[in-house]
Design a protein around this ligand. Structure first.
Ligand code: CU
Length: 126
């Protein structure tokens, strides 16, 4: 695997922005987000119809959730998120059509090692 020098800094920023909480003892195989579309804090001209998060470790389908809410708490995502067939590290959700505003992406996953991580971040539609 190629080493990217800026990766630790980016990961730390992502963790701070996502408000990741850990339960249990620290272990290397916890699943953390590596990137997402939209990205954390994105300002978008066009409303997305899909939110995708890539994790750095395998996640359990039954216990992994991804929900998007408006600032007022209205759920704008369809279902509770899904892991695309053939993937173990991608969590996705489709969105209802949304207008301008701030939207919160709330995720919670159980990694293959049984450890739980969760976080929350936002994007903005202009
Ligand atoms: Cu772990």
């Amino acid at each position: 695997m190629k080493r990217d020098r800026s990766r630790p800094a980016r990961m730390m920023l992502a963790l701070l922005l996502s408000g990741v909480f850990l339960t249990g003892s620290p272990a290397l195989a916890h699943a953390f987000p590596e990137r997402s579309i939209p990205h954390v804090g994105a300002r978008l001209k066009v409303a997305p119809r899909l939110v995708t998060i890539w994790f750095d470790a395998g996640i359990e389908p039954v216990f992994s959730h991804l929900i998007v809410r408006s600032r007022k708490g209205r759920k704008v995502s369809i279902g509770n998120g899904f892991i695309p067939k053939g993937s173990h590290t991608i969590l996705e959700t489709r969105l209802h059509p949304i207008g301008p505003g701030v939207y919160f992406v709330v995720w919670s996953v159980i990694a293959f090692d049984g450890h739980h991580t969760e976080g929350r971040w936002y994007f903005r539609v202009r």
